[in-house]
Design a binder for this molecule. Structure first.
Ligand SMILES: CC(C)(COP(=O)(O)OP(=O)(O)OC[C@H]1O[C@@H](n2cnc3c(N)ncnc32)[C@H](O)[C@@H]1OP(=O)(O)O)[C@@H](O)C(=O)NCCC(=O)NCCS
Length: 171
């Protein structure tokens, strides 16, 4: 386990999480921000990338497990992302649709921000969000973030306007 909140446990993903990951990453509604559902190969690539990140950085997107049931309901975590020719430490989150609207994403995102500040000694953390993704922007706002920039992200051959949200550590 990496992190614990009131209702959630965040832990590293393993190959055993592949079926749950498919439920998240192969759902068109969840994957709207990524321009559609992933193939099985793309899901495996995503999982492999998180496992590589754990090894390289000690963090990545983690599995979010509901304490009450022990079941993985989503992913939330930290990763280095390209942004305006720079690298930023991002808090990212994707949850199974049936677990939206319970505050789980915000609870997990806040814990990841605090982990970045307290354990990684980050001075600022970011969330990069498609301009039309209001639920995700609301999570960022609940995480204490404000919008600090706008830019175009090139993804799967498409130009997508994105907003850069950030929050600074209070020193
Ligand atoms: C982004 C995403 C995780 C947000 O999910 P969400 O359910 O809106 O966010 P939360 O889990 O924080 O839940 C907040 C909602 O739960 C409600 N809620 C219920 N119980 C709550 C509690 N105990 N504490 C806090 N909020 C609670 C809030 O009022 C809020 O309601 P709303 O949905 O009507 O605004 C989800 O939409 C998603 O997975 N989207 C697809 C992937 C994606 O876009 N990821 C981000 C890429 S940048």
């Amino acid at each position: 386990m990496v992190l614990e909140t009131q209702r959630l446990v965040l832990r590293e993903m393993t190959q055993a999480d592949f079926p749950t990951l498919c439920k998240i990453l192969q759902d068109d509604d969840v994957m709207y921000a990524y321009d559609g559902a992933f193939s099985f190969d793309e899901v495996q690539g995503w999982l492999d990338r998180q496992i590589e990140r754990y090894k390289e950085f000690g963090f990545g997107l983690w599995a979010v497990v509901l304490k009450e049931t022990g079941i993985m309901i989503g992913q939330c975590g930290l990763s280095m992302q390209d942004c305006n020719n720079d690298k930023v430490l991002e808090v990212g989150y994707l949850f199974q649709k049936e677990h939206w609207h319970h505050g789980y994403a915000s609870e997990a995102a806040i814990a990841c921000k605090e982990y970045a500040f307290d354990k990684l000694d980050a001075k600022e953390v970011y969330s990069i969000i498609r301009d039309t993704n209001i639920p995700s922007q609301n999570v960022a706002i609940r995480n204490g973030m404000t919008c600090v920039d706008k830019f175009i992200k090139h993804y799967r051959g498409i130009d997508m306007p994105h907003l850069l949200f950030s929050v600074k550590k209070i020193l």
